[in-house]
Design a protein around this ligand. Sequence first.
Ligand code: ADP
Ligand code: MG
Length: 603
Amino acid sequence: MNKYEILKKYFGYTQFRKGQEDLIEQILLGKDVLGIMPTGAGKSLCFQIPALMLEGITLVISPLISLMKDQVNSLTQAGVSVAYLNSTLTANQFNQVLKNSINEKYKIIYVAPERLNTEGFLHFAKNANISMIAVDEAHCVSQWGQDFRPSYLKIMEFVHKLKERPIISAFTATATAAVKEDIIKILKLKEPFSVTTGFDRKNLYFEVRKPKNKMQELHKLLGNYKNKCGIIYCATRKNVEQVCTELQNEGYLASRYHAGLSEEERKNNQEDFIYDRCLIMVATNAFGMGIDKSNVSFVIHYNMPKNIESYYQEAGRAGRDGEDASCILLYSGQDVVTNQFFIENSNENEEMDEETALLVKEKDRERLKAMTFYCHTTECLREYILNYFGEKSSGFCDNCSNCHSNFETMDITVEAQKILSCVYRVKENYGIKMIVDILRGSKNERLMRFGLNKLSTYSIMADTSEKIIRKIIDYLILEEYLRSTLDEYPVLKLTPLSPDILKGRKNLSMKLIKEIPLKEHKDIKIHNVNSELFEGLKAIRNYIAKKQRVPSYIIFTDATLKDMCKKLPKNEEELLEVNGVGQVKLKKYGGQFLNEILKFTAE
Ligand code: ADP
Ligand code: MG
């Protein structure tokens, strides 16, 4: 079988995606390769297909049990004979798998890196015909990344013990130069053929919102995602608890995940999410590595993360199946303060000498600033992210909130003067909310009690919406004409730059959104598929998944079911044309799905 036949037979696809074919081709020529492709791009196929075509066995090294399980489930469903070796197996099971391996029962074996240099495994490996070692999540070798795994450093020690050096292929979504260099150096890749596909994820919609009340905004947002799976990231455990409890009380199928929970609960909650028993996961950034769940339709950040790297990684967990998905960030100025606090008070760097620690802090501050800018930019959000990673883009993606908004440049010198003088009048003693209230002439109780209604700046911006005033204040902070203190109740202070504005030495302008959006964002595009049939097919899929004890997307993804609804196949041959239906799955499940489709078309 050639690579196209394998692609169709086992995976049900007719076309390779960008980068896949070249990588497969080079591996088959016996070359080491390095594939750097974003999440969801389809890296697994790049080593799975050659593994099925090479003569001997392929070992796949993967850092996490959940990742292994996911891929092994998928391959098994596709009809590939495959096994894994990790700590979840009993000694008996482990020996059985080894025995089968020696008898060449598997083409692909997934191994945890810790297992490589153990006696039992070495005994097998030294005598086996190993064609390739595929290192998945290869950035784990690098101390520069956030997922460093010391056991990844032992991979080469293992390779040296083998009769012959196999082909080594490495895959990651992390593209920074330092990590790439580390991978090549530490895995001793020999003149690797390397592919870096673009970082863009076209199916992801990006949006930043600055709501006054985040919880209310979240409710509004979730209304758009009925029956959809999603992740809500919060900055702290406390926020996770609050948001999750509130959602559960409202009747949402929500679960939670953070480092403060017992290992048992974390595992259960994660499984509930993967198996669609709960639809919404509320979590800290502890959640996600190893989540290959393909049908995540939205990732909402309840708080702004600490840098763009984290944001793109977390947001990128949406839409792995290639379906439209949304990444929405709920920003508030307090998020900046919280992150600043984390940076200044982090003890993570205790092992570093003082100079290095200071440098790291400085870098962290810069990265936080870039993240904050993302929340304030009026330019294309996708372009901003891609530029950050050193990639060019067109500047208009038509799939982010800024491209869907109508901005106009406004002179805000007078507004800025009013705001700064108000801060001056209250002796730099109040936070944003009070300043806005004074400027707008609010009659709130605290304001009246303190006599702030007697100030000359009281009510001088009564005609300007609160939203706009807040935007201008955000902008002034960003441009350092104002600053917000780092206390629990932050107050606004003037800066050395403030007099330039107050004394009229400098004009300011900024892009402000016209209050009517250009076009309403279609949060979920309505696909031309019949929802009744789609639901029917989903029910069959979920039933099969339950019986087989695998997550439903491993049987068929939503994209595959939608393609069935579109193509309405009348027989097995036509069903095989559906994207994601391979020979093995056709034989196993085709009949049940065909029946449902025929029933529907007959009506
Ligand atoms: P990565 O490891 O790069 O994050 P995966 O290997 O998990 O991505 O693949 C993500 C999804 O893309 C999977 O559902 C996979 O089946 C699908 N996929 C991979 N290659 C193709 C292809 N050529 N055509 C259609 N879908 C594909
Ligand atoms: Mg992967």
